[in-house]
Design a protein around this ligand. Structure first.
Ligand SMILES: Cc1cc2nc3c(=O)[nH]c(=O)nc-3n(C[C@H](O)[C@H](O)[C@H](O)COP(=O)(O)OP(=O)(O)OC[C@H]3O[C@@H](n4cnc5c(N)ncnc54)[C@H](O)[C@@H]3O)c2cc1C
Length: 424
């Protein structure tokens, strides 16, 4: 009798899809990945222009999970950069986190911040209704309104009151009064970041952490899935081909997959309509000078400057830029339902403001590029959990395993997205 192997299909060759296919292979189960782009890596991928390599947004790894860390290290030797970053605020450079490093501010502003910090609202976590309240309780009103509030508008495209708080976890540290006071008098040596090292491949860009897993996987590129017939277990592609499957694993964003499944119920489509996420521009600049980038990464609070965060590919690894050159990449985000400005407007604002902030002139720039990513961050608005659950329950009922940052619809870092593929 003919021995027919089950056809396991994985949608998307980002870190989650690669991990799912790799771990199936470890169990002796073959699978095929279908990817709409012409290359693998998804958000962990990169692009190159005239010898400058840019990742798709910032990207470092800091997993403490041994199994995953070993796989990443096995793929590529990694630099371990101390997690030292900065905040640009109204012309001043404050080490991160700003609340612990107020020394550069005027006496007037320090007095307002510290007075409000001491008198900050006292509430039990269970009484806090939204991110606005959470920020005021943690920091006091003045700091909340001048630092994380503008940053929330820039990074999340939301007013803090419109966000819930369960996503925060250990991502934002709470400061103690003695730390705030000490940091107001002098620059702090102590690093208060949630992880002490940020790791990055010495060669080949961020995606190299996946080289070991990617080897030997069967990936088909330029295969944009446009229809799923879950009843007859078939996926259809934009190029007119289709494939039958026995098992379907998807890392497609929830708002996209529900639109392409035959006969998806109206309540599931409505739940997807209510989800929020950010889309983002990456503005990538290459310079013919070695010294433009001074910080591995920094945050910008001024709301008239579009980027929320800027980092340096060449400081992540010198392999990312030609010798004697340096590079920057800036991130500009918008809520998915906001009007998105033209790329020319964003590019112009970013370059003109970064010239002042980072001290460069037009003739230093040898590469400038702007790209748009439809899916950047999942946004934790108040209705996220019930709507996400409706969609996940539906996918389960259709026999589809949903993985990854946008398939789980969660604030997952790379190692966590990798883990969702592993759990498959
Ligand atoms: C601004 C920013 C900064 C970040 N910084 C870090 C960091 O420093 N450290 C860290 O650990 N994590 C970071 N992350 C998170 C990290 O990028 C993600 O967790 C991870 O890359 C998600 O992987 P994924 O495979 O789930 O999704 P993706 O990488 O999005 O992969 C999904 C894949 O599916 C493909 N696809 C989509 N639709 C279709 C279709 N219809 N047909 C076929 N294929 C399709 C896509 O092209 C893509 O390749 C950052 C994310 C952002 C946005």
């Amino acid at each position: 009798m003919e021995n027919i192997l089950p056809n396991n299909i994985v949608l998307g060759a980002g870190i989650a899809g690669i991990s799912a296919s790799y771990h199936l292979k470890q169990k002796g189960i073959e699978s095929t990945i279908y990817e709409k782009d012409s290359d693998w890596g998804g958000l962990c991928g990169f692009f190159e222009i005239e010898g400058f390599r840019f990742d798709r947004f910032v990207h470092f790894t800091f997993t403490k999970e041994e199994y995953i860390a070993n796989i990443f290290e096995k793929s590529s030797p990694l630099y371990a950069h101390p997690s030292i970053s900065y905040n640009y605020y109204n012309g001043a450079w404050l080490k991160h986190p700003a609340i612990n490093n107020l020394a550069q501010l005027s006496s007037e502003e320090k007095t307002q911040i510290i007075t409000d910090f001491v008198n900050r609202p006292q509430k039990d976590v269970s009484e806090i209704k939204n991110y606005d309240e959470w920020l005021r309780v943690q920091n006091g009103n003045y700091f909340a309104e001048h630092f994380p509030f503008p940053y929330t508008r820039k990074y999340w495209g939301q007013e803090p009151k419109d966000m819930e708080t369960r996503w925060i976890g250990n991502r934002i540290r709470s400061a103690a009064l003695d730390e705030v006071l000490r940091g107001a008098f002098e620059e702090q040596e102590q690093n208060f970041y949630y992880t002490s090292y940020m790791k990055y491949p010495k060669k080949g860009g961020f995606r190299s952490i996946l080289n070991h897993c990617r080897n030997g996987l069967d990936i088909h590129f330029n295969k944009n899935v446009v229809r799923i017939d879950s009843r007859n277990k078939a996926v259809y592609f934009a190029d007119g081909c289709h494939e039958q499957y026995d098992r379907l694993i998807s890392s497609l964003p929830l708002p996209e997959i529900v639109k392409i499944i035959d006969d998806c119920p109206a309540e599931v489509l409505e739940a997807a309509e209510k989800l929020h996420w950010t889309s983002g521009y990456q503005i990538s600049l290459g310079f013919n000078r070695p010294d433009v980038a001074k910080h591995l990464w920094f945050y910008i609070y001024d709301e008239d400057v579009m980027p929320a965060r800027v980092y340096s590919p060449n400081l992540k690894s010198s392999d990312n830029a030609p010798e004697g050159c340096s590079s920057l990449q800036a991130e500009v985000f918008f809520d998915c339902k906001a009007e998105i400005p033209l790329s020319s407007v964003v590019l112009e604002n970013t370059i003109s403001r970064l010239k002042e902030i980072c001290n460069f002139v037009d003739k230093d720039i040898v590469v400038k590029d702007i790209r748009f990513e439809k899916y950047a961050n999942v946004t934790f608005t108040h209705e996220i959990y019930e709507n996400r659950q409706i969609i996940l329950d539906y996918l389960k009922s259709e026999g589809i395993d949903s993985i990854g940052r946008f398939g789980k619809w969660d604030y997952l870092w790379t190692f966590q997205a990798f883990k969702t593929g592993m759990e498959i």
